[in-house]
Design a protein around this ligand. Structure first.
Ligand code: ATP
Ligand code: MG
Length: 397
């Protein structure tokens, strides 16, 4: 016995000649996650089937399928020979499961026949299976337009039966768009930014600036916890931790108070570029949103960008805080993000930060600080913590 799951593929299906590149990556991403358990894959037009060994817990399977980008929906399924008696008894077995368990409400049957040699057409098959549901649950009613439940039957190499699929995470398989470095703070925004870019196919490592002892070990632990929570979506990740204490103290002593935050953003970009080189990342990703704080005005963002040759991707740029919070709740990082440990930015933030900085003036202030050697030291002494893909979907049971 094994557990069969059907996966519906999303945007991958819109691809043309390069479609197999995306499908192969999706399959590979799934294989890496599922490695602790034996499993078999098969694959056909817009669908993927995985047979998990029985020992694989359902909660583990759900976590794998709900965190792997490229999957539009998934459902446990049953398969049988292309013979109507077998299809009938398989349908009866499936009806005993969760979806139809209460035996009430409205339903429809949706049949598809990609094997046209099967003796019944799709309409006939729908009628026959509809009869099976009505015999089993006389209280149920057919509603073809807006049913509460759907029984699907697909005739392919075998007959496959399943009920309404759960939504998958959508997007494109992680890794198909190249690699980036996510600046991961302990806040609400940056984990959401990482999730969004990973959903577009970017493989991400993470970078955290720590200001120990001004920020606590708990603040670092919180960022590690966020990296772990993201690691399912990210297909595993490396978290680089840079000690930023000396840099921040130097900024405090060698620049004007209203420029502290801007100088810190500049230093972050420069160190991030060094780490990006180590992690072979071609872009930086941040959780900045236009006008959310002083360092996120158009002028401040332009200044931040001017400190690195790498493109800085800001997927949250046009989102308001509530939208970001909603996403953070949906991806499961919110509860950790709101734990009350100080971030390095909070500790050194000026009372009246510059909001409309002039690029040339700030570039000069930066040069006058003479901080390059310190940034070199900070970048080269980064610690790395690895979050393995095969551990990313561990569940309590
Ligand atoms: P977040 O909720 O992600 O902390 P924020 O609204 O607090 O963002 P800022 O503190 O201005 O905004 O930070 C903007 C972005 O800069 C963050 O989203 C993150 O990408 C990066 N960043 C800020 N602080 C750190 C840090 N200590 N380590 C790594 N990246 C950071
Ligand atoms: Mg923050």
């Amino acid at each position: 016995m094994s557990k069969l799951y059907l996966l519906k593929l999303g945007e991958v299906c819109l691809k043309g000649l390069n479609r197999s590149f995306f499908e192969k990556r999706l399959k590979n991403n799934l294989k890496l996650k599922i490695r602790p358990y034996h499993s078999r894959f098969s694959h056909e037009k817009g669908r993927m089937y995985i047979e998990f060994e029985d020992a694989a817990p359902d909660s583990f399977i759900r976590r794998v399928l709900s965190t792997t980008f490229g999957i539009a929906g998934y459902s446990p399924a049953l398969s049988c020979a292309k013979d109507f008696d077998e299809i009938r008894s398989t349908a009866l077995e499936l009806l005993k499961g969760e979806t139809f368990a209460d035996g009430k409400g409205t339903f429809k049957v949706e049949a598809r026949r990609s094997d046209k040699s099967f003796f019944m057409n799709s309409y006939k098959l729908e009628c026959e299976l509809g009869g099976v549901v009505l015999e089993t649950y006389p209280q149920m009613k057919v509603d073809v337009h807006n049913p509460q439940k759907v029984l699907y039957c697909e005739i392919r190499d075998k007959a496959y039966l399943y009920c309404s699929p759960a939504p998958g995470p959508g997007g494109l398989p992680t890794g198909t768009a190249g690699k980036g470095l996510l600046l991961l703070s302990g806040g609400i925004d940056s984990p959401v930014a990482g999730h969004m870019m990973s959903k577009r196919g970017l493989k991400l490592d993470c970078l955290y600036f720590h200001a120990y002892p001004y920020t606590s070990d708990q603040a670092l632990q919180k960022v590690k916890d966020l990296a772990y929570l993201l690691s399912g979506y990210l297909q595993g990740t490396n978290l680089y931790v840079v000690n930023f204490t000396k840099t921040e103290l130097w900024i405090k002593d060698h620049s004007n108070e209203e420029e502290h935050t801007l100088m810190m953003r500049a230093c972050m970009m420069k160190v991030a570029e060094k780490i990006a080189r180590k992690s072979e990342s071609a872009v930086l990703v941040t959780g900045e949103a236009l006008s959310q704080v002083a360092s996120q005005t158009l002028e401040s963002l332009a200044y931040t960008q001017s400190n690195t040759a790498l493109p800085v991707l800001r997927p949250l740029i046009g989102m308001d805080k509530q939208e970001i919070i909603d996403r953070s709740v949906a991806i499961g990082t919110y509860g950790t993000s709101i734990l009350p440990y100080d971030d390095c930015c909070v500790i050194f933030s000026p009372k009246h930060p510059l909001v409309r900085p002039d690029l040339q003036t700030e570039a000069e202030s930066f040069r006058n600080m003479g901080i390059e050697d310190l940034l070199e030291e900070a970048g080269s002494s980064a610690e790395v913590f690895e979050f393995k893909v095969e551990d990313s979907c561990r569940t309590a049971d």
